[in-house]
Design a protein around this ligand. Sequence first.
Ligand code: FE
Length: 177
Amino acid sequence: MNTPVEPAIARRPEAFRKPQPWGMAADMMLPDVLTSDERLWAPIAPDIWSRPLHLNPTGGFYAHVLKVKRSGVLQRHRHSGQVHAYVLKGRWYYLEHDWVAEEGSYVYEPPGETHTLTVPDDCSEMLTLFMIHGSLMYVDPDGNSTGFDDVFTRIEKYRAHFERVGLGADYVRNFMR
Ligand code: FE
């Protein structure tokens, strides 16, 4: 079936007149994803930062931009849920795959996969938008768990970071739906 098109004779654009559904979450628009405001980049390891975009405890997912300014193996993890990634700058790969995700690439990571995130030596800065469902379980090469992250651990870490930089822990609510 074709998508209905408004007739060309409409005099002016018309907004939707009806109320939005009860219980709907508020919309969100972040104008400056790659902001130069360093307070919005939470350090997560030496030379690695996370810029929160959307933290959704109800849906069990979060979106953030990962910024990495070092090369080599970053960490190894197993996913319980789907992940979508869009590379904004630089390049990275997983030791388990033969591809390299470069600026402009889209990556889908299926639930259940374990992989080892690596930045090549010739890449001085990597920026990637990750949309992560469920958890990352950090593991050793044999799959033994060494820790985990999910939307709840991320929220706690952003809260601590925003408190530390003077924005206040509740600043994290700007990113929550
Ligand atoms: Fe992953």
